[in-house]
Design a protein around this ligand. Structure first.
Ligand SMILES: *Cc1c(COP(=O)(O)O)cnc(C)c1O
Length: 361
């Protein structure tokens, strides 16, 4: 693995090295066909097998019940911000949203184009340092769904447990899908852009309960109707072939290391190391309230923006890349998704100790 740095990028993000190696070979010559994977027809039996395997692995690893469809869509996770209400809301219908960060806010804005939105909770005035606890908000009985973002990539907060509500939930899991076990059947719809925890940019996974496929108004454009893609196995038009294929390789890798229970343990260990370092002194200050801390994106500040800039630059010089925080909150952010190696976290922690000693405040 020469020339590999530790990539803390929030997304697109680090992928398993063996996945990259396999993909690089298959791009040139796929299964001895004499043509590369990205040249093969999406209707060929070879590519159909790629799609089928990716779906089967996702179903197995997430424990997706049979009455749910798995869709491979384009347009990024951001297109789901409007596709969800376009398909599930309508004039006179209401949905409940939890405003826990930038991605939730964007989804709220889009939902308002299609129906009534009840924002039952917001941590915006506290600069999104937390997510709500059970019982801190109420969901109107006439609401169609409760929408939440499981992991707030920018602020570094995450629901430690999913809400227990009567309503079906709709969840943006773009930055923590397959990072921990959970019960899919409590959700009507789950979506995730692939480029954080699943693969390269270009495909968005949607897991939708079958009975919701008939809710879209007749005026819904064909390509924006979930049913179109569900009925055609995500092959109504050309799917994002390369991205789906790499997602399949990542899922195979995940299964190989023990699946979601194994990665959950590893993720908890990695995050615990970093948070222990942050909590050890006042030198590094965590952005998120401890009870809302993300296992995927660890956000923290140093005493001044100048010191933060120095920290990020010196880290980069020793191969710790991508630690600059999102422009909306500044500071530092270490994104440690499933494929981020534990050794990289250990190296960051020891760099943090050295930096603290060398730059007293
Ligand atoms: C990155 C991200 C998005 C946006 O994804 P795109 O594919 O770029 O549209 C949405 N939600 C969450 C939680 C994210 O982390």
């Amino acid at each position: 693995m020469v020339d590999r740095i530790y990539n803390f990028s929030p997304g697109p993000a680090v992928l398993p090295y063996e996945v990259l190696e396999q993909a690089s070979r298959d791009v040139v010559n796929f299964q001895g066909l004499g043509m590369g994977l990205i040249e093969v027809s999406h209707r060929s039996k070879q590519f159909i097998a790629v799609m089928d395997e990716a779906e089967a692995l996702l179903r197995e690893l997430m424990g997706i019940p049979d009455n749910y469809k798995v869709l491979f869509l384009q347009g990024g996770a951001s297109s789901q911000f409007f596709m969800v209400p376009m398909n599930l809301l309508g004039p006179g219908k209401k949905a409940t949203y939890l405003n826990t960060g930038t991605w939730a806010k964007k989804a709220i804005k889009e939902a308002k184009l299609f129906g009534e939105v009840e924002v039952a909770y917001s941590s915006e005035e506290q600069n999104f340092i937390r997510v709500p606890k059970q019982g801190e908000y109420t969901v109107s009985p006439d609401s169609e769904y409760l929408y939440l973002v499981s992991n707030n990539t920018i602020y570094g907060t995450q629901f430690p447990e999913f809400p227990v509500v009567e309503k079906m939930m709709v969840c943006d899991m773009s930055s923590d899908i397959l990072s921990r076990p959970f019960d899919v059947s409590r959700f009507g719809l789950i979506f995730a852009g692939a480029q954080k925890n699943l693969g390269p940019a270009g495909v968005t996974i949607v897991v939708i309960r079958e009975d919701l496929l008939d809710r879209a108004p007749a005026t819904t454009p064909t390509m924006l109707n979930y049913k179109t893609h569900a009925d055609k196995g995500s092959m109504f038009n050309t799917p994002p072939c390369f991205a789906v294929y790499v997602v399949g390789l990542v899922l195979k890798w995940l299964k190989g290391i023990g699946g979601v229970p194994a990665i959950d343990r590893i993720n908890r260990e990695k995050a615990a190391l970093l948070y222990a370092k942050i909590d050890e002194s006042d030198y590094y200050r965590g952005h998120a309230e401890p009870a809302s801390r993300s296992l995927m994106n660890v956000t923290f500040n140093l005493a001044t923006p100048a010191l933060e800039a120095k920290f990020v630059a010196e880290a980069e010089a020793i191969g710790l890349n991508g630690l600059k925080g999102h422009r909306s909150i500044g500071g530092c952010r270490a994104s440690i998704y499933n494929a981020f190696p534990s050794e990289g976290v250990a190296k960051l922690v020891s760099f943090m100790s050295e930096f603290e000693k060398a730059n007293p405040v």
